[in-house]
Design a protein around this ligand. Sequence first.
Ligand SMILES: [Fe+2]
Length: 243
Amino acid sequence: MIDIHNHLLPGIDDGAADMDEALALARLAVADGITHLVCTPHMHPGLYDNDRAAIEAALANYRAALAEAGIALEVAAAAEVRFGLEVMTGATGGDMPLLGEWAGCGVLLLEFPHTEIPFGAERLTGWLIDRDILPMIAHPERNRDIVNDPHRLTAFIEQGCLTQVTASALTGQFGERTQRCAEHLILTGQANCIASDAHNITNRVPCLGRARAQVDELAGAEVAQALCLDQPWQIVAGHFAAG
Ligand SMILES: [Fe+2]
């Protein structure tokens, strides 16, 4: 399987605290059947001021440590970009690490606040789409406005935005309402990918296997494979082409 949203790069956000934890997380991912993983550290101005150079440096260190430890996990890096006007400057300046490509457009992993969909958010997503950058909305099932009314997502999907559902939301880790919302998004064809959003080895691990098995039961093996393997790969394959 392919994990396209997680915080395994050590020491640059609220994910893996150090290289030891990052390596332990990688071992968990491999044991779960993950072969390729795109690390997506937060880019959140004022909180996690990561830029492309910092992320690339952390990736180089992580790749070297994985090789030294003999862990067979292919890693690349992009970012989870916080909703805000800075996205516009970053996108036009070409300084926003993209998750990959879909239908000839770039894909940007975009995070809304967990409490709400910001007023006017459709304008920003539309602005990006006009510039051939498709926002992939991170974990919509954990956004309070969407949990309360899943139709709040419709405008974004009609624009062409992609969505990523969290594996551990499907297995109930974020509560029953979030789980029901995640299932609803999958059953109504409003989910494009499942990813771990892993942060640590205690309660936010990089595992997709249990969620895939649940989607298998919920919506069938074809949907499970599309969400955990085929569609994520289609988006991020370019990161791994050279390697
Ligand atoms: Fe995340």
